[in-house]
Design a protein around this ligand. Sequence first.
Ligand code: BG6
Length: 519
Amino acid sequence: MSAVVEPNPVQLEQPQLPNADPCVVVIFGATGDLTKRKLMPALCRLTDQGCLESVRVLGVGRSPMTDEEFQAQVRDALKESKKTDHLDEETWREFSERLHYMSGELDDKNTYQQVAERLKELAGEGASKNHIFYLATPPPLFSTIVKQLGEAGLNKEEDGHWSRIIIEKPFGRDLESAKALNATVAEVFKESQIYRIDHYLGKDTVQNILVFRFGNSMFEPIWNRNYVDYVEITAAESLGVGSRAGYYEGAGALRDMVANHLLQLLTLTAMEPPVAFDADNVREEKVQVLRSIRRLTPEQIAERSVRAQYGPGTIDGEKVKGYKEEEGVAAGSTTETYAAVEFNISNWRWSGVPFYVRTGKRLARQLTEIAVHLKRTPQALFARTPTEEIEPNVIVLRIQPNEGITVTFGAKRPGFEMVTNTVHMDFCYQSGFGVESPDAYEMLLLDVMQGDATLFIRSDEAEAQWRLITPIEEAWANQQIQALPHYDAGSDGPAEADDLPIGNGHHWRRLMETQAGCD
Ligand code: BG6
């Protein structure tokens, strides 16, 4: 039963579109998957919206190619993306004119001299002398590229021109490697030049967590241990590992999702209000949350974390393979495709409130949400009624898909008896605003071009995340198990994961029962 709030579309005035500072975006890894699937569609859409008036792109990759060949490759990639598959000729012409390419080995210092020369040539043709270096390469190359950029002087900011670097995730694979990478980058770039990406922060619904909490006087007063029983953060995917086994086998769900995206969702849900919505203040508050999370001992890790791997199953009526049958996965692989962890934050606001996070591939459906479960009421008032029907309130922030917010509460069922039911109020982005959100990469690229680091990870934040995750990785490695618990593809995950919240009298929301009015 539901009491759906009628959508009342907000009449949006045509917003003033931001214009990026003039610059050249140099993409290392220009023929790679990330560039094709995310960066080029984002840059093309920004160009189409008129945000990139004086921006050019210089792709750097290993394969020798002319500018025209590179442009043809980009055009094919744009056709594959839902956001750009209907590109008209005029937009394509405008975008393609900005695309340049050069080939070179990324561990060869000559490549960087050539990049510097090419940037000078482009400046001679009217391009900006502001530069963004985007590391869209496999992570083992990050340090090499950073050092070489420094050797070639491309980190320098002279005559009022800026130089910025964007580093993709994963930023390290444990605390030690993240520290080493931070140290290398800090030798070459100042922190204000560095933009560490977590693309979840580019999602409108993720940024809305702060607006929801701090822009409305009705939620913040209850957002603490006095009212909140527990918090569930879910990032479920129905897709499998696809063609990324090469990377995923060495990562697993904990490193791939929990160490970054899920911890980011947790910090935004738990942080104190920043004094201003700017890079320093927002990031400082987020780091405070990470520092307040109790690190788990090996004994606690055994009780408060679960990992598992998907077996064959059925999703949307289609049979799908198990993880071990996927291309590129080792027959005896013990890489987890599902991870769940209970975190506890030791501060005044949250002490005693468990934050359960879970993520997995090949689960029943795609769903990313934060569910804040409020405490049960003392139900003496309804003593003569079937009180078990009054469920505690839940506030659900739906990150994707069907972006929106749902609040559940108890209501009296019409009739002569005092019988209650749980009903829900829904807000849906789609019907509420009637406009599509920009893709996360559009938002983040534009922010870098405008010099706004609020939605990027600070060096100490990256380390604070690993400080929590590395002990879990180590404890799991020490367990030296032969096989992981298994879950059927298309299910809610392993049975073992249910025990995690049940130990505290809590439970996970079922993935297939979480549909709201936006579905
Ligand atoms: C990436 C992970 O960072 O995020 C992928 O490496 C995952 O494994 C992806 O599929 C999920 O992102 P999104 O935006 O589709 O939720």
